[in-house]
Design a protein around this ligand. Sequence first.
Ligand SMILES: [Cu+2]
Length: 215
Amino acid sequence: MNRRGVLTVVAFLVAGGAIGSFVAAWMHNSPTPITAVASGQQGADGGPIVDIKVSTVAAVMQGDHPNWVGYLPTTFFKVPPNATVRMTIDQQDTPTGLRNEYLGLVRGTIGNSMTVYTSDPSAGGVTGKTMQAIDPTLAAHTFSVPDLGVNVPLPGVDASNPKNTDNFVQFSFKVPASGIYHWQCFVPCGAGTLYGLGGPMQTLGYMDGQIEVGP
Ligand SMILES: [Cu+2]
């Protein structure tokens, strides 16, 4: 092979390597997760009880898509093995409604129930309402982990009631000893996209996330 042939081969190899490493870096790039906060309490099975607090908002107002609906601060969670994860979701969005009414049922949480508060329960002095289902047309989002059988419909705020700016939804669910579990919203809340299922509904960090179980 002449010198020119060798240089051509080398140029192809260098370009291929650069493209490959770019693709690998892009595919393996995931945001920093929220690390669940230890409560010091133990569940009935002896596993730790940990807390995760997130908000659902109509527009995230940051990043690449400030107008998209999303869970804040992120949808990536890290929790310890065999934990009972106690979620508190500050739900601030109005209803869109579910297409599949079955998802209006609370399933897979401790007691197959959730507790809904009209103000932050961590501030105290507020009594929650324990619920096992909501009217499917009133769902703003869901928190659903199909592999763990978890589905929680999050009631939308009442836009006609200026006092109802937040619904705080609290529930707990168990995770196994290890693994990565995908979670997502099942309300077609991606306004302006085909059937409401595009954009934020298809994108990790908005209406899709993952729960990493590990030490
Ligand atoms: Cu949603």
